[in-house]
Design a protein around this ligand. Sequence first.
Ligand code: HDE
Length: 704
Amino acid sequence: MSSTQHPSHPVSTGVPSDMKSQDLEADRREAGEVLTTNQGLAISDNQNSLRAGARGPTLLEDFILREKITHFDHERIPERVVHARGEGAHGYFEVYEPMSKLTRAAFLQDPAAKTPVFVRFSTVAGSRGSADTARDARGFAVKFYTSEGNFDLVGNNIPVFFIQDAIKFPDLVHALKPEPDSEMPQASSAHDTFWDFISLMPESTHMIMWVMSDRAIPRSHRMMEGFGVHTFRLVNAEGVSRFVKFHWKPVLGIHALAWDEAQQLAGRDPDFHRRDLWEAIDRGAYPEWELGLQVVEEADAEKLGFDLLDATKLIPENLVPVQKIGKLTLTQNTDNFFAETEQVAFHPGHLVPGIEFSNDPLLQGRLFSYTDTQLSRLGGPNFHEIPINRPRCPFHNNQRDGMHRQSIAIGRVAYEPNSLADGKPHEIEPALGGFASVAERMESPKIRARSPSFADHFSQARLFWVSQSLVEQDHIVLAFTFELSKVGVPAIRERMVRTLENVDPVLAGRVARGLGLKDHQATVRSTPLPEPEPSPQLSMLGSGDHSIRTRKIAILVADGVDGEAVERVRKALEAAGAVCKLVALTLGTVTSASGDALSVDHTLLTTPSVVFDAVFVPGGSHGLRACGDALRFVLEAYKHGKAIAASGDGLELLDEAGIPPETCPAGVVYQTGETLLADVAAQFIDAIGAHRHWQRCSQDAVPA
Ligand code: HDE
């Protein structure tokens, strides 16, 4: 089979050929016809081990049994110590314009070129099998297979980090992970050790504001931003170096789940984000992000008012705008999760000429950690030969041997300088493509100390708070209240509320009330808190173009349903790019009022409202009114702020669920006597485009 004919990689989709995928072709294995051992011996009986008599003991001689069981016994490798839960996909990156003014990186020069990428999204705290929708930062790691070697942009969906120095990372992670005596709780920061650490580490305040915001419960990985977090450098061919922050901007906008929805999804569909990405790519709705840069001239770095080397700080976009320079498109799911997603090894030190580090002490520590961790995770120093990690460009050096070496290095020369191999492989000067570090002048004492420019821990936490809409602030208050209510030690709860006083007294007061801290007094300050200019880009509200592309809509149906309403509304939604699914009491078909058979996609038994973005209840489906699952379906959709539409007597189901039309709730569309189905569809599309009608979510009285 030729490389372009692999069954899961059709060439007819209009997708440009993915060169990394072609590179992997030699490693793909079809199932084959005859079952053999790993040595190629054909197997005649895969049902019975070799025994001394049918009821006797198994013989040690049974090499077929031993090979099979031994391999099975060693199928697992250590999961990632952080970011264990994740999913990956292939795609490509295109730059819009040559970026030679800023960088000599070859993959950022040619708008006609497509650089293959592999991307892995992850949560941080949970184990490999944990639920996708935990409240957590998300990893956003991109491997670019460039002509000059692999470049890895190993970022998160939050632009800042908890700590300023890598030496605190093991402490942070030990506090966050399940507590070591009980191994509880799984994939959750809502426990004593985490908040003990956070409340004792003021530098974590900015990041914790982000983690308590809806950024930490994305609707989809396709709808979240990515950030390189640290300050990097771009270096051009003249050797001019500038500071840069990397951003990924999702074309579909930035959207979040409701917290109650996220918790339910953890049980109803723990693979929610993985499934969402897989299905979108599978049906050709390729996820896209634009790569953005914030560039700061070295001479201007001091004028920012904070230290660019401090990973707890971001550059507000109203101070330095993000220039979009290219687009990432994911086009292909993996063939094999283990071979690709589990074995991919990212490293912030995988660089190409023209991109460099800064002295951020967090980044500097990461440069050590990522190779080191692969040694225990992937079993030795040859993990770069694993197909998913192998650069696409040639690579030659004199490293030899080690566990699991695949390549067969030819010849007797494995050293440099040499004359026996004509001096090859040899160095190459920077002008011809060799990597050379920026010659930064260093004259400093050897010292263990934090720069005084890292001392302000609250200004940007406050900037984040004041930049949020009221609804987003409400969600932050609720998240703090939720998490701290799960903390058993009162002193930790109180200490955290005191930390929040430094961000905003109203925030601290509301959380204190939520925690039942009746004696809480606002801190008396000699100087008032600063009043930063809000930075609109820090708010998620209003993000995106109100498009409903790729949104999942449930249409609740039962026998007798108004088939015309189903088809007209479905057509309009699908024309706008949404995905519609018919949900009924059982699988099979339902019969419409006019006698047509409509195919059911899901049942109310298996598929709750939390896996959808909106719900349409056409008239005629009377059988649903007596069904508790159907009532719960619409009530939950209502509680979670989702768009709901009803046509004909479909509104009776809503009424039955306690959603009365006369209150005209936001985002609920009813067909009244005069409204045409086309108008219902148009209003419904508008309501879905608003993503969530958050004002409804605060109605605690709704029992869903
Ligand atoms: Fe990581 N991090 N990290 N990290 N990180 C890992 O590397 C580490 C940090 C990030 O999908 C590990 O291969 C240290 C910041 C992502 O495979 C490990 C420090 C950011 C991923 C590691 C940090 C990240 C990791 C575990 C503080 C955002 C998943 C497995 C100095 C910019 C990559 C692995 C994937 C994974 C160490 C802080 C992002 C142990 C020591 C800041 C997206 O090497």
